[in-house]
Design a protein around this ligand. Sequence first.
Ligand code: PMP
Length: 321
Amino acid sequence: MNVYQNVLAMVGNTPMLKVSNMDTGPCELYLKLELANPGGSIKDRIAVEMIAAAEAEGKLKPGDTIIEATAGNTGLGLALVASSKGYPLKIVMPDKMSQEKVNNLRAMGAEVVMTRSDVQKGHPEYYQDMAARLAEENGYFYVNQFENAANVEAHYNSTGPEIWQQMDGNLDAFVCGVGSGGTLTGIGRYLREQNSEVDLVLADPAGSILEPLINRNEEVEAGSWLAEGIGEDFVPKICEIKLANKAYAIDDKEGFNTAREVLKQEGIMVGSSSGYLIAAALRYCREQTEAKRVVTLACDTGNRYLSKLFNDEWMRSQDLL
Ligand code: PMP
């Protein structure tokens, strides 16, 4: 029988799709469809790996409660793992994230604690500080994707090798964003080991501190942006940011409209962060003078953003149309 024994076995081995209608200049652009994971995003991979590592290290035992700070997708991945393994799950999430994610998490049995989006690391209501404090006070297991080595390992062991194999070992550039930095660090390290010349390109929302750091070695104050899951106000511990040798600052208008264009032209409904990644990848492709093979990610499904990205009224209210 050609069947999966459980839902966690369906995580990974996602398809690669060639962009066929959008203008990619002299290049070929490929999208790795991480939205095809059972939890709908790339974060399923790290959820499986981080929980397995915590169990193996004795940090997580039956009956323990799991807590995580997340833009939502890591929470949804963890909800998949927690429900299949029987752990109670608490999620701390900044309030700018889509209502669909909150509803989805609650439907999967997670308890969602909303906190402020307008405060930065060090503030007691910052989502990561709040999750750490709740863990400390109540004896929960704090997953902490921002400092968890298993996050990087998940991408080094699965996403990176899958990309290399799907491209038949012929790849010039990989474009990604940074939330925790797991994808950049894990996939980036793996790809550079296969081909030291591969360009690792950061797609960063305008307002995030990362693009100025890479392009100009400049430390700036964080602003705000609408993408969910990418862009940072600090460099996470696990993130080897200097792996990126090029970066693009993408504003909200370009990021959101690129995601809408991908649906119209390529037929794939991606989420907001993927719009920024694909916008940066298209800019990179169009700047090239020779044919290159470029891969980026469709990090999550656009179904999660029907009330925002795919809602004209909301888009207009944010001055994005
Ligand atoms: N896109 C989305 C939709 C995400 O939820 C995340 C993770 N927060 C990322 C991209 C960034 O990935 P990473 O955490 O590996 O840097």
